[in-house]
Design a protein around this ligand. Structure first.
Ligand code: HPA
Ligand code: ZN
Length: 326
């Protein structure tokens, strides 16, 4: 059996996945038509051609534009269910999904339609594919902390559907300390926290996410290597990093997959996991990310098995559930 088939068969958890980043051009066009939205692309080929990024911001501009076709509850359901079908084919058994309410509420979309559309698809996937899931509500860090407080308030009727709070969008110029107060409130309300840090930004953002936002995992985190004492702390505390290899290459964090530092981090003893981030935009879903790592970084299959185990260990499942899944 080929290694790519073995990777697909390996039970995996996906912990860093933006649901808006799973919007395939075909569905983008279908929803644009359904909702009477004018896209600046003539056809699907043009959409794909626009997926040439030189940094995080150049991607975010295209990502927010794509998300503008999502208007109704049914759109969020269709988007989420389409991802879960792919997740099932990839051998994903558990997923912790980010959603960015501000990307939509800023355009007048109802918070209730966003979250109920997503949750209904997650429930269907649990019945059909036995994929378990948690939702992570993410604040857009280029917006203010006051805006984030407002999102937390809007989410109130749906707190039972949300496991954790996250922080994404433009890292440079928007450090974690900007969101210290709203994260404290979220923790007081009983949410777990995570944050994107050390993707394009400095290692200092990782340290401050840990110290000031009390995060349980770091999303990306690859820039931790520039601070040896931080690196040792991540290893000692077993703080997981949700690394997204194809994303990092597409956004030029690393020039080529062969230069990615995930295997070095793994060999040093960091609890790394492999994730797809925004698979429609970055050229591959979860199994593709495992396969590319194996191809270019000489991961053995046994090492990938350990990384898949890490993905369950790093998840927000209970210790009993982890025992059963690993
Ligand atoms: N980084 C920051 N913000 C994001 C990303 C990312 O990789 N994907 C979607 N929003
Ligand atoms: Zn991300």
């Amino acid at each position: 059996m080929q290694i790519s088939q073995l990777i697909k068969l390996l039970p995996k958890a996906e912990l860093h996945l933006h649901i808006e980043g799973t919007l395939e051009p075909e569905l983008m066009f279908e929803l644009a038509q359904r909702n009477n939205i004018q896209l600046p692309y003539a056809n699907i080929e043009e959409v794909r051609k626009s997926y040439e990024f030189h940094d995080l911001q150049s991607f975010l501009d295209v990502y927010y534009l794509g998300a503008s076709v999502l208007i109704k509850k049914q759109d969020f359901f269709d988007l989420t269910y389409a991802y879960l079908e792919k997740a099932n084919e990839d051998g994903i058994k558990h997923v912790e999904i980010f959603f960015d309410p501000q990307t939509h509420t800023q355009r007048g979309v109802s918070f209730e339609d966003i979250i109920t559309g997503i949750v209904e698809a997650l429930n269907k996937a649990k019945d059909e594919f036995a994929i378990s899931s948690f939702l992570i509500m993410s604040f857009l860090r280029h917006l203010s902390e006051e805006d984030a407080f407002e999102v937390l308030e809007q989410a109130k009727p749906f707190y039972n559907n949300i496991k954790a709070i996250g922080l994404d969008s433009a890292e440079i110029g928007n450090p974690p300390e900007k969101f210290k107060n709203v994260f404290k409130k979220a923790i007081d309300l009983g949410f777990l926290t995570v944050a994107h840090a050390g993707e394009e930004g400095p290692a200092e953002n990782i340290r401050n996410s840990l110290d000031l936002l009390n995060v349980k995992r770091i999303d990306h985190g690859v820039n931790c290597v520039t601070d040896e004492s931080l690196l040792q702390e991540l290893i000692k505390q077993k703080t997981p990093l949700t690394v997204c290899p194809l994303s990092n290459v597409k956004l030029k964090v690393f020039k080529h997959m062969s230069e990615h530092n995930i295997r070095d981090l793994y060999l040093k003893g960091v609890c790394v996991t492999i994730n797809s981030d925004d698979p429609s935009y970055f050229g591959g879903y979860l199994a593709d990310n495992y396969i590319e790592c194996q191809k270019h970084l000489n991961f053995s299959f046994l090492e990938l098995v350990q990384i898949a185990k890490n993905s369950f260990q790093a998840s927000f499942l209970t210790e009993e559930e982890k025992e059963i899944r690993c």
